[in-house]
Design a protein around this ligand. Sequence first.
Ligand code: G3P
Length: 219
Amino acid sequence: MKFFIDTANLDQIREAHKLGVLDGVTTNPSLMAKEHIRGEEACNRHYVEICRMVGGDVSAEVIATDFEGMIREGEALAALDPHIVVKLPCTADGIRAVRWFADRGVRTNCTLVFSVGQALLAAKAGATYVSPFVGRLDDISEDGVGLVAHIVRVYRTYGFKTQVLAASIRHTHHIIQCLDAGADVVTCPLQAILGLLKHPLTESGLAQFLADHARVNQE
Ligand code: G3P
């Protein structure tokens, strides 16, 4: 199981990386915009900095929506660093681009996936990762975790190698639910990762240990 952080914020990536459990990073154009990174050169520098910091897979998304543009942008992104995974939207041109890159050994993440049918096409095209968006389905009263479980079932039945990367994770419980559903990767905001650490019995237990230690050592 792999554990990614879903952000373009360098401080948050650094903080998660310091825990020693981070396998990679996913970004998207909205997350890059949130960091006020403007222009192709600045974006490229940012991706390279993330790659150097983490040393794991870093998804970098194309902006083009046409096949030729996706190939041009994807090739430039993949040339930045061996850790870059080219992120492509699950559209007809995106699926064609996934196939094009797969045929040339370039790893891809097929994103904005909201159905098993889309995930099937991503796998058939040879995507390295497929990204079902859990939280956004929950937002419209659909079952995001259920979709992850369904994709995992279909992929296992037919032996697809594409890894299921649960995205749009909104809270800590989503992480556990996606693991239960068999996701290969979960990409999460920092707060959801830190939430995994929290348990009141850990906090009260530690406070008790420290109080007992201090009492005896003061005697
Ligand atoms: O990486 C894309 C995905 O995680 C987006 O999440 O919270 O904007 O739905 P969210």
